[in-house]
Ligand binder design. Structure first.
Ligand code: HXC
Length: 502
């Protein structure tokens, strides 16, 4: 081929791509969705996108599948380099064929070499049925990388359409899943297959919509009302993870922290208000907001530095820890530890959730994950006990015994082997029973137990708490304490890897 003819072939190809883009646009817009390229443009900093392997082509029924249904390249988000792949539903339903898989696998390897987060914009019907087992092999190569790169680079999945089969296993292996309400769905087998196999008719939203995954299954970490909004959320998260400069810091607006708690110590309150009042202004980013709401996890900045936080939420189930809350907390702690985000725990917990359903469901195994995750985390980690910390939950949620760097408490905090009501009823059972006014005696014994054993000063005397701090000093004391342990190095015993209870 002469130079001219190869140039002509190149130009023809480019014209083909441009014409094709127009067709795709119309097709996707009709479904209330956008093209892979439009999505990338919303995600990256303007002008920062470079696409690779644009001419990689698959084939189906003698037709060329341009790009083989996926765009792969590099861009920046707030200046942070990221690798992105974006599946194109208009090409064979974004299904994964051999070349498609090769492109993603190559990009994942590149992301590791660049030490850059990888973001997948998923919109795919799963393994390309026509390619059969070659597509399965392709998925295998991606799953392999998802697993071995876990903890090496952050992996984010954004679900932007009906994703099925292999197209959901890969996101499930990544760190965070973002979904759009009403347009994105995830299922192992879609409604058509469910109907064919089981005979039952079930809608895509019910089977795997964003709402279901955000509230029931817990598979979705962040949801938003539109594609544009969800991509902004991804941008916000990447921005929060960046190391920062002090001049960007804005302190929170509230400084009277005690006013955020109800007068009645038995009443619930929303711990998110408390977190927002401690961390830098408008840096609060909640993960799995609608799932296991009895615990709150997420990212924020403290004096400009990114941190991960975990807080019991006494507003929901009085903040008790159940199976879902255990999984949510443990996985989040593991992410923070893997990527060196210091951990802050705001503790206000009466214990693990009692009851048959929880025990039968394996609360022991689920709860153990929290202990395992904190105990093995080597990042700086600090706990503040706000009102109460009882029993196993006190130990599990980043106590000194399992390696916290500092444990602080507010002055009124109760720390005890169990709640004073339960404890007094057991150890003073005889006195209460024999009393002529049993209820009065019970109340007396409860307050006796509380003042003798269940208070922060008693725990401080036993060195389980490092300091009792004034609530209004919380932010400053945390900034100071995190600065003491900045760059901390804690070695773990040598081993191949641990075996977290799953
Ligand atoms: C090839 C596919 C495809 C697939 C969709 N298409 N999925 N082509 N392989 N897996 C094509 C359709 O034929 C159609 O082509 C176009 O994409 C759009 O699909 P529609 O069905 O018209 O779209 P919609 O109604 O929006 O439904 C989307 C869907 C549905 C829910 C994803 O297509 C579906 O249920 N697909 C099958 C999903 C599934 O069960 N996948 C599992 C594959 S096996 P035309 O030419 O008409 O536009 C798997 C195992 C992996 O993934 C295991 C890994 C270990």
């Amino acid at each position: 081929m002469t130079d001219n003819s190869s140039l002509q072939a190149y130009l023809n190809k480019l014209h083909g791509i441009i014409a094709d883009e127009q067709v795709k646009k119309v097709k996707q817009h009709k479904k209330g969705k956008r093209t892979a390229k439009e999505r990338i443009d919303d995600l990256v900093d303007p002008g920062s996108w470079t696409e690779f392997q644009q001419f990689a082509t698959g084939h189906q029924d003698g037709e060329e599948l341009l790009n083989d249904g996926v765009l792969t390249g590099v861009g920046t988000i707030y200046g942070v380099k990221v690798c992105i792949f974006a599946q194109d539903f208009t090409v064979a339903g974004g299904s994964l064929g051999e070349i498609h898989a090769k492109k993603i696998a190559w990009l994942m390897d590149l992301a590791v070499d660049m030490k850059a987060p990888i973001i997948g914009l998923n919109d795919s019907g799963g393994a390309r049925i026509q390619e059969g087992i070659a597509a399965l092999e392709g998925y295998g190569s991606i799953f392999h990388r998802n697993a071995i790169y876990s903890g090496v680079i952050p992996q984010i999945s954004v679900i932007l359409g009906p994703c099925a089969g292999g197209a959901v296993y890969s996101p499930a292996l990544t760190d965070f899943i973002f979904m759009v309400e009403k347009t994105s769905q995830m299922f192992i087998t879609g409604p058509k297959v469910v109907k064919a196999i089981t005979g039952s008719e079930i809608g895509g939203e019910e089977l795997g919509g964003a709402l279901m995954h955000a509230t029931v299954s817990g598979n979705a970490h962040v949801t938003a009302a539109s594609e544009k909004d969800i991509l902004q959320e991804v941008r916000r998260l990447i921005c929060l993870w960046k190391p920062s400069h002090a001049h960007e810091v804005m302190a929170p607006k509230v400084d009277q922290l005690m006013t955020l708690l109800p007068d009645d110590p038995k009443k619930g309150y929303d711990s998110r208000t408390l977190i927002r009042s401690i961390v830098d202004h408008e840096t609060f980013f909640e993960v799995q907001e609608k799932f296991a709401r009895n615990i709150v996890v997420g990212f924020a900045r403290l004096n400009g530095q990114p941190i991960g936080f975990v807080a019991n939420n006494p507003k929901v189930m009085v903040g008790c820890i159940d199976m879902d809350a255990s999984d949510k907390c443990a996985r989040f702690v593991r992410f923070c530890d893997a990527f060196n985000y210091p951990l802050l725990v705001l503790e206000d917990v009466s214990g693990f959730m009692p009851g048959l359903k929880q025990e039968q469901g394996g609360l022991i195994r689920h709860g153990a994950k929290i202990i395992y995750a904190f105990a093995t985390a080597t990042v700086p980690r600090i706990t503040i006990i706000i009102r109460k910390a009882y029993g196993g939950a006190f130990v599990a949620l980043n106590s000194k015994a399992i390696g916290a760097d500092f444990v602080f408490a507010w002055p009124g905090a109760e720390v005890s082997v169990m709640g004073p009501e339960g404890a007094a009823s057991i150890i003073y059972a005889k006195e209460i029973q024999e009393s002529i006014k049993p209820e009065e005696t019970r109340q007396q014994k409860i307050s006796e137990y509380r003042s003798k054993y269940a208070n922060a000063y008693h725990a401080a005397k036993k060195a389980l708490i490092d300091e009792i701090i004034h609530p209004n000093e919380t932010r400053q004391r945390l900034i100071q304490a995190f600065s003491f342990v900045e760059g901390k190095k804690r070695e773990q015993p040598q081993r191949k890897h641990g075996n977290i209870p799953l």
